[in-house]
Design a protein around this ligand. Sequence first.
Ligand code: PGA
Length: 251
Amino acid sequence: MKTYLFANWKMYLTFDESNILMNQLLATSYDDDALEIAIFPSSLALTEIEKAVRDTPFRLGAQNVAWVPKGAYTGAVSAELFKEAGAEYALVGHSERRYIFGEHDTDVCKKFVACLEAGLTPVLCIGETKQDVADEKRQYRLKKQLFSVLEGLDLDSQPFFVAYEPVWAISGSGDGVACTPADVEDVQRWIKEELTHYTKQTVPVLYGGSVHKDNVLSYVSLPSVDGVLVGSASTTYESCVTLMQKIAKTV
Ligand code: PGA
């Protein structure tokens, strides 16, 4: 089984910075049978990055998609357009989309389906807020986020990923306090069990939220963690390469 390092560059980097970082990463060799790296650059940088990674093991993903393929939707970029531009993956339901841009579970579901129809592999991001934890509603929130998207879909032959990202653990938009490995293992074990209600496939489940070079091994060594979704720590060369090297040694 591969380990995944998904680098969500969010809106951290300029166009030039994105290209420079990509070219630096391309100069680093790694065992691509064991480690799969996907870069989620800004939409503007994606086509240029695609040229750089073409014919290399690096994969590409969209940070967000619109749920309609084409039409009068000012400012939107569809899953189809991302697919045409060379993306293979797309994040859907990232907490920054849910809580900053007001996306609801129904929007996340439409985006998830749009990805499947366009031939992109959706990475369904789920995570509870600090308030959910205080209200002892962690499982309730995650169950609802899974059910509202996955229920009723025929998922036995369509690949998809789930990323568990507690909202409070994300750096920048949350408190930036990583979830303890013991908690991640408990929650992700439960998520994997939940996923068996929706598909016969084995769904890779990633952890995200303040993963960095000093704690990455404590996550990727957990049995329930198939990889990590990393934001800020993937946006500088030294930090991203160290993540690659550390993960590669454990697989
Ligand atoms: P972070 O972000 O690694 O900066 O906490 C992770 C994410 O939001 O995907």
